[in-house]
Design a protein around this ligand. Structure first.
Ligand code: SF4
Length: 405
């Protein structure tokens, strides 16, 4: 995914706009990068206002410092099962995943890392808990980054051993602070798991890694409730310029997970906070990637894949709109084209209500119509609605790649 970046003109008034820092007026002022117009694959300009962070790299993916907000996910296959893990990573990559994390709970998982790496083309992060030797072995086996919680990796000596190894093989580390594993003294001081407690824990670990002269760090702060997660990230973002990995952990099943992630990640991104995101769902991780892009798309930050708009239906609808939308979504799941598609429930109002769409369909009384920018261009039997639309999307893609019909 290559991005062409152009600074907005100094005269652009939006360049001077600072995003307010949320409800807490006690939070100190922070600095933001000047907005940039980011052009992605679709060539559509988006104005984004981002908190200024330092840039690190995870493999060949830059994170922070104005880089595109990278979408991550985590495999749920046993890492030691190389073929299952590679095949899931390939599916994740097709959906747009740019950095993938695998759990490394034992030596067998470490042994699988180099074989997995040989077969994939996106950076791989090894997720380690408790045993610093696994982190060192994973780094030596070719992981592009480590995710550790220094709070459970043992003594400072162990953390230093991991950091020395990361320095040696030139990879980055994510400090992943989790509300469930805060240090005892911090919990006592703050009377439990508060946003301030999470930030204090994160800052302690950041300072520790910096004391070993290690700076390729990104940080995450995860609580399973949205309010605490948002407050903790807001507080942390004024304490450090390190890039932030944003997500709501254990967000839950599909509905609650999507809602919590959209609110948590979306609120922070709208504040200009967050350099890479991971949506957590108790589902196929491919869904996490889809939801990640939907959040970015909804905020106008990144665009990937078609935007499907469909009406909620009303008494005028006499086609099976829910089924049609589902069929189209399934087929276009991994398409990268950024076409805007409308699927509307009636021919009378559909084209007008969806005139912003590049192409659209509507139907009723046995007839289907295809429209472009609100203008009807074709009529056909209603049962061909999906077929006609998909053919039109294909033609649109061919044309946008400079190929002739
Ligand atoms: S497009 Fe037609 S069916 Fe859909 S909500 Fe509007 S009026 Fe109702």
């Amino acid at each position: 995914m290559s991005g062409v970046r152009n600074k907005v003109k100094e005269s652009d008034p939006s360049a001077l706009y600072l995003i307010p820092h949320g409800p807490s007026d006690q939070l100190p002022e922070t600095s933001y990068q000047k907005p940039e117009i980011i052009k992605e694959c679709c060539d559509m300009p988006f104005i984004v206002k981002r908190k200024k962070t330092r840039q690190i790299r995870v493999g060949d993916v830059p994170v922070g410092g104005g880089a595109l907000i990278a979408v991550q996910s985590m495999t749920n296959t046993p890492t030691s099962d190389v073929s299952a893990t590679v095949s899931q990573i390939e599916r994740l990559q097709s959906a747009g995943c740019e950095i993938v994390r695998v759990a490394v709970p034992d030596g067998q998982a470490v042994d699988a890392i180099s074989a997995i790496k040989e077969k994939i083309t996106i950076p791989l992060i090894a997720d380690i808990h408790f045993d610093h030797r696994l982190a060192i072995a994973a780094a030596r086996a070719g992981a592009d980054g480590l995710r550790i919680n220094p709070g459970n990796i043992g003594s400072h000596k162990n953390v230093k051993a991991v950091v020395d190894c990361a320095k040696d093989v030139d990879i980055s580390i994510r400090i992943g602070v989790n509300s469930g594993s805060l240090e005892k003294d911090i919990l006592e001081k703050h009377n439990g798991v508060t946003a301030e407690a999470m930030v204090e824990s994160a800052m302690r670990h950041i300072e520790l890694l910096k004391s070993f002269d290690f700076h390729q760090i990104k940080v995450s702060l995860k609580a399973s409730d949205v309010a605490r997660t948002v407050e903790a990230y807001r507080r942390l973002s004024v304490e450090t310029d390190l890039p932030l990995h944003v997500g709501v952990t254990e967000a839950g099943s599909l509905y609650s997970g999507i809602v919590k992630s959209a609110l948590g990640i979306g609120t922070l991104l709208a504040d200009g906070i967050g350099d890479t995101i991971r949506v957590s769902l108790t589902r196929d991780p491919v869904e996490e990637v889809r939801v990640g892009y939907e959040i970015l798309k909804a905020l106008g930050i990144r665009q990937r894949g078609p935007e499907i708009i469909s009406c909620p239906t009303c008494g005028r609808c006499n086609i099976e709109l829910f089924d049609i939308v589902e069929q189209v979504e399934k087929v276009l799941l991994t398409t990268s084209s950024t076409i805007k598609i409308a699927i509307m429930g009636c021919m009378v109002n559909g084209p007008g209500e969806a005139r912003e769409a590049d192409i659209g369909i509507a139907g009723g009384d046995g007839t289907g119509i295809l429209f472009r920018k609100g203008k009807v261009v074709k009529k056909f039997p209603q049962e061909k609605l999906v077929e006609v639309l998909l053919k039109e999307v294909e033609a649109y893609e061919r044309n946008s790649h400079g190929l002739k019909d």
